[in-house]
Design a protein around this ligand. Structure first.
Ligand code: IVH
Length: 704
């Protein structure tokens, strides 16, 4: 049914049925046909409801399509029985030049927003004061992140639907709304008034949105930035046949008719009625008797937020009783009886102030978006990665644009789109420069790659990044050698590559005079540089910064080869024979040892006494081979890195999360969810003392 737009196979089946049906219908009287059409309409409407509103279909897509096509056929043969509310009329409208304006019978107000518990307390106090101490209830609902619409039903038939517009006047989008299959064109249950207005939200769920963008990408069209934009963009399309192919959904959350308050209605009753009338509603509805219950609801829903198949951006809190709502009244913009308690935004709109270029360790130039600072999921975001120039082109990003920034599953914010409507006319297209922004060398973009590279090995940016990498925790772990100190040492001409670090001790007196370096910090730095000479062989390999060789591959190489000279002597074919080392990595290793500056670096390290070889590995020295460990909590005598190194040195594997494959969980104080999971999975849990014992006598414990 979801693929209702195109389905040739079903159509063939339909033709067959049509021939049979045509013969049969000839015998029927007009009255029979009318009855049959009405029956079919009810039947199709019922199955649309089951499928689109309840998500519980009872018949197959094919079966549904056949019934719908039969209805269409009977209607086209008997035009005198065609009615506007027939489910066959969903895509009945013709493309138009513009939407008509509609004046809303009651202004479509917006909601005030609150962002924290204090503001909720304040809202609750105002409500209680406004009701003069009367008993009241709140209804809490999800705040759907879509496009608000107002639907008008007259004598049970859907006659008009409009956007909110400026609250007073909106666009008549009836033909587009009719294409939404969960929107009943005719209401079956009794109506409380001849004319009723229903407010709801049109949205796209994440899956529909993703599929729509995939289709657009295939067709070479620009992606929509987010489901809300895709919905807004779709509702503005003037051809309902196009709209019908978009995965729009509807959820209804309020009802209005003349005299609703006088008849003693409440929001909760309105929601029940909407459900009974087969309008799509949300199951997530809570009655709360006080502020604390609202807080609890808000917290619970914030927790389920990412599990929902669609976007929500908060909880709407409404006073239930409509007479009480009227007593509280509204400002010119929003009601005083309701508010939206927002979640921390995971998406924000901000200005793209500029695009800066970062040169990485391997010379790759990465564009970075410089943003007008904006609050996103509780933190201020000023920059976002743009990956490469293709991404800038894909997003059609220009400096000065208003952009959407999102924080998804990962922590790094990204730009997902541009609000083109807010783009200035004379805005310039952005082009990545041809030259390295740091050293001025011409940038190269190798065939088939999305990044441009600075090929100057002496480029200060590359030197800086490669020394930072060499000293980093997972590599030689040189404490006190962060970005600013590396910069200081380079700019003063003390170091040109990581090998120079080991000559720094001769410059003690000059170093202590450097800005920001005192005796103590120079001493500490020199001593950690000294200690690093004895770093394990795998760390040294990783520290060299060979392209594509991460810490895992470095470990594999250190097990296979006994020294750096042996790795240097290995052929591409030989390297590729190592499990998990592919042609790209092997080629990069070969390339690394071809470069004279890298050979010079290795010689500097050798002369300084840095360990360039591994320990002889034998089964006796690898007693933890095949065992997987996970670390949690804090250990007194080891950092995470040290503990991991010790395990790996004995052949064990360290994983980041507990699974059925985990053999041991090493749990220090402060252990949380990993400990819980390990208990559930019956994983052996050991404390720090047992861990030390295990390191001293691995065979004994592992056998147990
Ligand atoms: S009630 C008088 N309920 O939020 C207020 N609105 O920022 C009527 N929205 O324009 C709105 N979910 O588009 C209401 N459960 C819900 C909602 C909801 C989303 C939207 C609606 C409104 C906006 C206000």
């Amino acid at each position: 049914m979801a693929n209702y737009c195109v389905n040739l196979a079903k159509f063939a089946l339909f033709l067959l049925l049509q021939v049979q049906g045509a013969a049969a219908s000839m015998n029927k009287s007009k009255q029979d046909i009318k009855r049959r059409i009405e029956e079919l309409r009810r039947d199709v409407q019922h199955h649309e409801y089951l499928y689109y509103a309840l998500n519980q279909p009872e018949i197959s897509d094919e079966d549904f399509d056949l019934r719908m096509r039969l209805l269409q056929k009977l209607e086209s043969e008997n035009p005198e029985f065609v009615t506007e509310d027939s489910p066959s009329m969903r895509v009945g409208g013709q493309p138009s030049d513009a939407f008509q304006s509609v004046r809303h019978p009651v202004a479509m107000l917006s909601l005030s927003n609150i962002y924290n518990e204090e503001e909720l307390t304040e809202f609750d106090r105002r409500v209680r004061d406004g009701l003069g101490g009367a008993v009241f209830k709140y209804v809490c609902e999800l705040k759907f992140d879509g496009i608000a619409v107002n639907l008008c039903y007259k004598d049970g038939a859907f006659i008009q639907g409009a956007t909110r517009g400026n609250g007073e006047i909106g666009d008549d989008i009836t033909v587009n709304l009719k294409t939404i299959r969960s929107l009943p064109l005719k209401l079956s249950s009794p109506q409380p008034a001849p004319e009723i207005y229903i407010r709801g939200e049109v949205y796209m769920d994440r899956n529909g949105f993703r599929m729509l963008n995939e289709e657009r990408q295939e067709a070479g069209l620009a992606n929509f930035a987010n489901p809300r934009n895709a919905t807004g963009g779709t509702l503005k399309i003037l051809d309902p046949a196009v709209v019908a192919c978009r995965p729009l959904k509807l959820v209804c959350y309020s009802l209005w008719f003349e005299g609703i308050a006088d008849k003693g209605w409440a929001q909760s009753k309105a929601l029940e009625w909407l459900k009974e009338a087969h309008l799509p509603t949300s199951d997530e509805i809570r009655i709360c008797h006080n502020r604390d219950e609202v807080v609890q609801t808000w917290q619970e829903w914030e927790n389920i937020r990412s599990d929902l198949p669609f976007d929500i951006d908060g909880v709407v809190i409404k006073v239930d009783d409509i007479t009480q709502q009227e007593r509280l009244g509204a400002t010119s913009k929003s009601p005083r009886w309701a508010t939206a308690y927002k979640f921390k935004a995971e998406r924000a709109t901000t200005l793209l102030r500029g695009i800066s270029l970062q040169v990485g360790r391997t010379g790759a130039v990465t564009p970075v978006a410089e943003l007008e600072p904006v609050l996103l999921a509780g933190t201020t975001v000023k920059r976002a990665t743009l990956h490469n120039e293709d991404e800038i082109e894909r997003l059609d990003l220009r400096i000065g644009d208003t952009v959407y920034v999102e924080k998804g599953g990962d922590i790094i914010p990204k730009i997902t789109g541009v609000d083109k409507e807010r783009r200035a006319k004379d805005i310039q297209v952005f082009r990545i420069p041809d030259r390295c922004p740091v050293c001025g060398e011409t940038l190269h973009r190798p065939e088939g790659e999305a990044v441009r590279r600075c090929v100057n090995k002496a480029c200060p940016a590359q030197v800086q990044k490669s020394i930072e990498h060499f000293a980093s925790r997972g590599a030689m772990d040189i404490d006190g050698l962060g970005e600013s100190i590396v910069n200081l040492l380079i700019s003063n001409g003390f170091i040109h590559d990581p090998g120079d670090l080991y000559n720094l001790k001769e410059k003690f007196d000059v170093l202590r005079e450097l800005n920001g370096m005192g005796d103590l910090s120079v001493n500490n730095l020199l001593s950690s540089i000294e200690t690093s000479k004895d770093c394990s062989f795998d760390r040294l390999i990783f520290a060299l910064g060979i392209r594509h060789v991460g810490s895992g591959a470095a470990r594999l190489l250190s097990r296979r080869y006994l020294s750096i000279d042996q790795i240097r002597a290995a052929s591409q074919e030989e390297l590729e024979q190592i499990h998990e080392i592919g042609p790209r990595m092997a080629e990069s290793i070969i390339d690394f040892f071809r470069s004279p500056s890298n050979i010079e670096l290795i010689e500097k390290l050798r002369n300084a006494g840095v360990r360039l070889e591994g320990e002889n590995i034998s089964p006796e020295t690898q007693p933890l081979e095949g065992k997987t460990f996970v670390l949690t909590g804090t250990l007194k005598n080891y950092t995470r890195v040290q503990a991991g190194d010790r395990i790996r040195a004995l052949g064990g594997h360290v994983a980041s999360s507990v699974s059925a494959q985990t053999d041991f969980l090493i749990a220090g104080p402060g252990a949380g969810s990993k400990l819980k999971k390990a208990k559930e999975l019956n994983v052996t849990i050991i404390d720090e003392n047992e861990f030390t014992e295990l390191l001293n006598d691995p065979a004994k414990i592992v056998e147990n």
